[in-house]
Design a protein around this ligand. Sequence first.
Ligand code: PLP
Ligand code: TYF
Length: 400
Amino acid sequence: VWSAVPQGPPDPILGVTEAFKADPNPRKINLGVGAYRDENGKPYILPSVSTAEASFVGEADKEYLPITGLASFTSAAAKLAYGSDSAPLSQGAVAVTQSISGTGALRIGGAFLARFYPTSKVIYLPTPSWGNHTPIFRDSGLEVKQYRYFDKSTVGLDWAGMLADIRAMPQGSIVLLHACAHNPTGVDPTQEQWKELSNIVKEGKLFPFFDMAYQGFASGDIARDAFAPRHFVSEGHQIALCQSFAKNMGLYGERVGLFSLVTSDKEEKARVESQLKILIRPLYSNPPVHGARIAGSILNDPALYKQWEGEVKGMANRIISMRTTLYDLLTSTHKTPGDWAHIKSQIGMFSFTGLTQPQTEALASKRSVYMTKDGRISMAGLNGGNVEYFAESVDGAVKG
Ligand code: PLP
Ligand code: TYF
């Protein structure tokens, strides 16, 4: 029956982990997937997560959640993103639903816009963007196009190109914005640039669709990292917002996320939520409960919340210290040709090193150092025990 089914390519990011696992070299390093590792290179279970989980394990039932999820979690998660002083939140004008992490939020959002957004079926993504964005939106029924974002020559933001492309979008188009800690480049607009973007998006009557997968990971400060969506909302934009708790709570496999839409008022919100339910029911009926309970417990308990904020800061700071260490090793110790300032200036979990595809291939085959072939490294995979080996390997690859 399936003789005509062609072999498909593996996921370009998750495929790196497969190659890493198959490598017997004890010094091997996996900088492919964006998953936080502690200073010993081990997955990190946040102590706030363990405490939250212990408070209900064995006691909470396993009943179905409502279609839109656990209300105590969804309302707290929306507050985390929009801010407790958000006008549309206090007016009851934000439609929310729990989602299968950030990916599920993007998919619900894409499908909702494909079904109901009146003006356009085209979504513009930055070049480059997270590799899964294109298939998610295409499979949601939207047409995917690009806007300029990254400037290879400066290893920074192509601000002029970005502005020109957004200004040229047909009125009413959908524009995807990474709220903070852009994946894969680690390059974000400044707050001043976000303000200008808000104006331009308004002038073009564009629909701003935010993907916030790394709240807290950019600056270590939860509120500061939400600046862009909060600013857009305060300027009157009715945004869509996707949240993931994979990174900032380390709940990767629990699949905890939120999708929300700012609407005009309570009545509109009720209509929108009714359609979100109709969309979700035939997809997966209702979301998983365990991770939402963990996240909800943390967000709703002031002491646990404070503890969690400190743990997020700890993860962000360890990544920042690895940026400094790597920069110093490349520039002072090895005098590796090139300007490596971007290692320090880039934000969040990733660094776009500027290494070429042949260099990344040589690093994998000769040194067992694995990264995506666009030269992106997950900074969280570096630690005191492997950063010297990594710097020496990069130096070797660059000097050829
Ligand atoms: N959006 C971006 C930009 C990402 O990097 C990721 C991956 O972590 C996601 C969304 C969604 O991830 P998840 O579905 O694990 O929450
Ligand atoms: O970019 C990353 O590494 C993370 C993790 O299909 C990820 O966003 C990567 C690929 C994928 C799902 C998650």
